[in-house]
Design a protein around this ligand. Structure first.
Ligand SMILES: Nc1ncnc2c1ncn2[C@@H]1O[C@H](COP(=O)(O)OP(=O)(O)O)[C@@H](O)[C@H]1O
Ligand SMILES: [Mg+2]
Length: 235
């Protein structure tokens, strides 16, 4: 059974047909990436999965069940989005941001345990607990955004351009972390514009162009495809 199955997804913004009949699946514990240039429709797919943007057609299933259309219901089914540009609560502390991520649940020991799990992935966040999120470095903000999503105890993690604005060395660490998160049993859907590293760590990848998939295949294979490098990977 697929963790996530998307069939013939269509999304419109008024007359703009942003996503045009996209179908894909993400197997349990797979890392799948969707790669495409600016405006291809990557974020629209993510926001639609998260229930924030409405779809004009198509079916979405999570672990064989129809995905609800309201954001809080989507989170309850185990889907968590780390949005593009992170969208942290910047005036709030690291701790407060993490608590927000667990808003569906009550406080107490569970919350503490979940925070500890985040600190195991990102030890620096423990030292930054009382610091305002807006004062963190770009890399630390991305760690916090991922942690905030993990606080909802998702089964499927959606990452929209997590490497945006990060130094290459930080991106490398981030990719290793994504592999670790998958290693702990998570299913990951990753969207990236700067895509070589994303494809390298992905089991499978899809190339999105103007709202349609042009090509798909094993991630590392796509990352080394000369045609793809020329068209999408800035080679
Ligand atoms: N809120 C919106 N209203 C109208 N058009 C939008 C909106 N958001 C995105 N679009 C358009 O939809 C297309 C896909 O955008 P987006 O999903 O953000 O692409 P990507 O994330 O791949 O850069 C673009 O043409 C963009 O201009
Ligand atoms: Mg985007």
């Amino acid at each position: 059974m697929s963790a996530l199955r998307v069939e013939d997804l269509n999304v419109h913004y008024g007359t703009i047909h942003a996503v045009q009949g996209v179908s894909f699946s993400v197997g349990e514990r797979e890392i799948v990436s969707i790669v495409g240039s600016n405006g291809a429709g990557k974020s629209t797919i993510m926001w639609t999965l998260a229930g924030v943007v409405g779809r004009s057609g198509g079916n979405i299933e999570i672990f064989g069940e129809r995905l609800p259309r309201k954001p809080h219901e989507v989170v309850a089914r185990g889907l968590a989005l780390v949005p593009e540009r992170r969208r942290l609560f910047t005036p709030l502390s690291v701790e407060e941001n993490l608590v927000m991520g667990a808003y569906r649940r009550k406080k107490g020991k569970d919350l503490q345990d979940d925070m500890e799990r985040c600190f195991q992935l990102f030890p620096i966040l423990k030292q930054r607990m009382g610091q305002r999120a807006g004062t963190l470095s770009g890399g630390e903000q991305q760690m916090l955004a991922i942690s905030r999503a993990l606080m909802s105890r998702p089964r499927v993690l959606l990452l929209d351009e997590p490497s945006l604005g990060l130094a290459p060395i930080v991106v490398e660490t981030l990719m290793e972390t994504i592999l670790r998160i998958r290693g702990e049993g998570m299913t990951v859907l990753l969207v990236e514009q700067n895509a070589t590293q994303a494809l390298e760590i992905s089991d499978r990848g899809y190339i999105l162009e103007a709202g349609r998939f042009q090509k798909s295949g094993p991630g590392p294979e796509l990352a080394r495809d000369p045609q793809i490098i020329k068209a999408y990977l800035g080679g």
